[in-house]
Design a protein around this ligand. Structure first.
Ligand SMILES: [Mg+2]
Length: 382
């Protein structure tokens, strides 16, 4: 069998799908995208196609190495997201050819169902209590929310009080009937992370995500030494070679590789295994579309240390399309009390509605995150 063609479709809300065709008529789908730079990743996918077209899609390990090592320069969000989506499509083809879900090809299920959590609130954390109430009624008991708005390198006690006060309100409203993680979103610098973590500790969040930016990774150990809150990060790390530093240094309790940013299934099962060896939990990052989520689930279902799966149903970024709009087998993605069952179909387990994808690609928006500025006019982390 040979790969014959790669076609990319950028679609709302901010996703991109890759269709990989073969001369045997088997088609694989991937989701190679980095949020806000879809066109750049699209160019990278097509640039990588010369390693792929004419090759046997069964040789995923070799193709992955050719794409990664073959170009001399490697790593980073653009190239690793392109490789990730291509890798997903290759696994989809392999599973479909062999008639098995990918998790069967990776050794079989390690659990019967996977726990997911739901986002609440938007960019600016207000009206969260009502949002949680609605999701509790829908069966969720685990949530994630943004912890702060823009925060200066050194900022006021009032901003700290506002951030902590919102969390206190949530805990007071729901007690311990719910759990929640708090995403600092890289908006907090090390000097402010310390007081925030200290004051949030009383409300016992499940974790704090990106307490500082991934490029400040050496701070994770220092912050972890100063708090009992489990620290999480990883959406802005793109390979084993990025993650090995945080495993060796310590500090993270949870790693969150993104199956569409960190080299795909081939790379993320290895990152998961590295994490297991350090007693670190896995919670794949996934504010993206259905192929990315399906790829995450393939890894979750073979990784003993997978504890939580992010998913984007109802997320504030999903303007213009929802998670299952491009999916034929919607029932397979049904959540029961916040858990999802193993996807039963061969390959990644997601049947893409190609007509809907093509139609949506005609009017794909160029999603960009907002550019935030501090009161003095300087650029703020979003
Ligand atoms: Mg995050």
């Amino acid at each position: 069998m040979k790969i014959t063609k790669l076609t990319t479709y950028r679609v709302a809300p901010r996703w991109m799908f890759l269709k990989m065709e073969t001369d045997a008529g088997v088609t694989g789908w991937g989701e190679p995208v980095i949020e806000g730079r879809a066109r750049t990743v699209e160019a990278a996918v097509h640039e990588l196609s010369h390693y792929l077209v004419g090759q046997d899609p069964a040789r995923i390990n070799d193709l992955w190495q050719a794409m990664y090592r073959g170009g001399f320069y490697r790593g980073g969000p653009i190239l690793m997201s392109a490789i990730a989506g291509i890798d997903q499509a290759l696994w989809d083809i392999k599973g479909k050819v062999l008639g098995q879900p990918v998790y069967e090809l990776l050794g079989g299920l390690v659990r019967d169902r996977m726990k997911t959590y739901s986002w609440v609130g938007g960019d600016r954390p207000a009206d969260i209590i009502a949002g949680i109430g609605q999701l509790v009624d829908a069966g969720f008991d685990t949530f994630k929310m943004n912890g702060t708005e823009e925060l200066g390198l050194i900022d006021s006690a009032a901003k700290v009080d506002a951030a902590v006060g919102r969390i206190a309100e949530i805990r007071n409203a729901f007690g311990y009937s719910i759990e929640f993680g708090i995403d600092f979103h890289g908006r907090v610098a090390a000097p402010m992370a310390r007081p925030l973590l200290r004051e949030l500790e009383a409300y016992r969040p499940l974790f704090v995500e990106e307490p500082v930016l991934a490029e400040q990774w050496e701070q994770y150990r220092r912050l972890a030494d100063a708090t009992s809150i489990p620290l999480a990060a990883g959406e802005r790390m793109y390979s084993r070679f990025d993650f090995k530093r945080v495993f060796a240094e310590g500090g993270l309790a949870i790693v969150q590789p993104d199956l569409s940013h960190a080299g795909g299934i081939t790379e993320c099962v290895k990152i998961a295994a590295m994490a297991e060896a350090y007693d670190v939990a896995l919670a794949p990052h996934c504010p993206l579309g259905p192929v990315a989520l399906a790829a995450c689930l393939q890894v979750d279902f073979v990784s003993h240390n997978a504890v939580l799966q992010e998913q984007s149903m109802g997320i504030h970024y999903n303007r213009g399309a929802e998670l299952l709009d491009y999916v034929v087998n919607k029932d397979d993605f049904r959540l029961c009390d916040g858990y999802i069952d193993p996807l039963p179909l061969p390959g990644l387990g997601v049947e893409i509605n190609e007509d809907a994808v093509k139609e949506a690609s005609r009017t794909a928006p160029d999603w960009r995150n907002p550019l935030w500025r501090h009161a003095d006019g300087s650029v703020a982390e979003w």
